[in-house]
Design a protein around this ligand. Structure first.
Ligand code: AMP
Length: 422
């Protein structure tokens, strides 16, 4: 199968699904251009190969066409990152878009307006009353699926080949992320970002060098249970940090004070511990914790054993003994996957555990281990410390990465198929 490295782009119009869903400030300036920068190698490859580019993306969650969600706001940022002028089609459908795409010359770039100005992109009916009759809902669903076909075919008609480089939306079966691929049976491929994301994830989930340690943190175990279960068959070690740990500790009979806990998940936590013991997976819960008298950056703090948090106090960050213990496990791991902070790291007083984990993962990487960091908060911690290049891979796709870790097939990946072996 063709791939972006071997494909001949000479004289071809490539339609590229990028993830340019970037944050904007009140003046509509891009405040974080990471996603735009991440797509540049793919875009340059097409242009340098003699092709032209049609870029398509969503921005935000519009329910209709609205200027505040217009991709025109980010034209300047794309132009400055790509180093070339970018044309703009103010509607991704219609005669103007058709004319502009048909007129594209090699080396030219055109950005289509926000795909989600059309409900057909996601293929879900809009504006239906909550209490609409079942019949009405069914009819609306059927109607949007029908018009989605036309929408997809129109997008496909603009180009000779299709590239998906939007890992962040790969878990969605939308027109631009999956359905459009059917129109290009021999001319569809992943962009470099997608290839890199899939390779990095497969290095962890495929045949990882062992020991494989998964570090799972954050607020809730309920959101990560599918990942824990999937990793149970793969990982040698699992470090449970952040508030997730308290549900396990309380389930085991510990006192956790006012710490965040999901009582309804306690039976599940015990079940995980039992399964892990059966499968020979080591689960490492924190030994100690930095507790605080209030959920506040300026509260009084004390280090205490994880199962003896005083009444009324909150477990806020990983304690020093736990960090020392985990350091050893991380440094002895050959593959490391990290998702979720080790404490309330948004508050400077409780960021230490998360920042220390960044150090440990970076040190293990320096020593030759493979490390993959994903999820908004862990990525933010790594970036904040300027350590993005000190770990092996930082995943750009939050939800998509989590679903991949759950062992799900992502529609955006399925639609294209295999990537070339590395
Ligand atoms: P998640 O979205 O599940 O990855 O959770 C991330 C959130 O978990 C962050 O906002 C952290 O502040 C929060 N978190 C981590 N540790 C704790 C803790 N000990 N108590 C309360 N919240 C925590």
């Amino acid at each position: 199968m063709e791939n972006i490295s071997t494909y001949n782009f000479k004289g071809k119009r490539a339609i590229v699904r990028v993830d340019f869903n970037v944050p904007l400030n009140a003046e509509f300036q891009v405040t974080d251009n990471t996603r735009i920068r991440a797509a540049i190698p793919t875009l340059k490859k097409v242009l340098e190969g003699g092709g032209s580019l049609i870029l398509m993306s969503h921005l935000g969650r519009p329910k209709k066409a609205e200027d505040k969600f217009s991709l025109r706001h980010i034209l300047y940022e794309i132009e400055s990152q790509l180093g070339t002028p970018v044309l703009f089609a103010p509607d991704c459908m219609g005669r103007e878009a058709a004319q502009m795409t048909a007129a594209l010359k090699p080396g030219q770039v055109l950005l289509l307006e926000n795909l989600r100005f059309y409900a057909e992109e996601e293929g879900k009916p809009r504006g239906l009353a909550e209490d609409a009759a079942e019949e009405e809902k069914k009819a609306a669903k059927a109607a949007i699926k029908e018009s989605q076909k036309k929408f997809t075919a129109t997008l496909a008609s603009y180009a000779d080949c299709y590239i998906n480089d939007a890992f962040g939306t790969a878990h969605r079966a939308h027109a631009s992320t999956a359905l459009i691929a059917n129109y290009f049976p021999n001319d569809k491929m992943f962009g470099y970002l997608m290839e890199a994301e899939i390779r990095a994830l497969d290095k962890v989930l495929g045949a990882p060098e062992r020991p494989l340690t998964a570090i799972l943190g954050g607020a809730k175990i309920s959101g990560k249970i599918a990942i824990v279960e999937h990793l149970m068959d793969l990982a040698d070690n699992m470090i449970i940090c952040g508030a997730m740990g308290f549900t396990f500790i309380k389930a085991k009979g510990g006192s956790i004070g006012n710490s965040l806990c999901e009582d309804d998940q306690m039976p599940l936590a015990l079940d995980i511990l039992k399964k892990a013991a059966e499968k020979g997976v080591n689960i490492y819960l924190p030994r100690d914790v930095v507790a605080a008298s209030a959920f506040d950056n300026n509260a009084q703090t004390a280090v205490c054993p994880i199962d003896r948090i005083p009444d009324g106090w909150f477990g806020m960050d990983t304690g020093p003994a736990a960090l020392e213990h985990w350091k050893e496990i991380i440094l002895n791991s050959k593959t490391i996957l990290w998702n979720g902070p080790a404490g309330v790291f948004e508050m400077p007083a409780f960021a230490n555990g998360t920042l220390q984990l960044v150090e440990f993962v970076a040190e293990a990487t320096r020593n030759g281990s493979f490390s993959l960091v994903g999820g908004g908060d862990s990525v933010a911690a790594v970036t904040r410390m300027g350590y993005a290049d000190k770990v092996s891979y930082v995943s750009t796709g939050g939800g998509a990465m989590l679903e991949y870790l759950e062992g799900k097939e992502l529609p955006g990946i399925q639609a294209i198929g295999a990537i070339r072996p590395s």
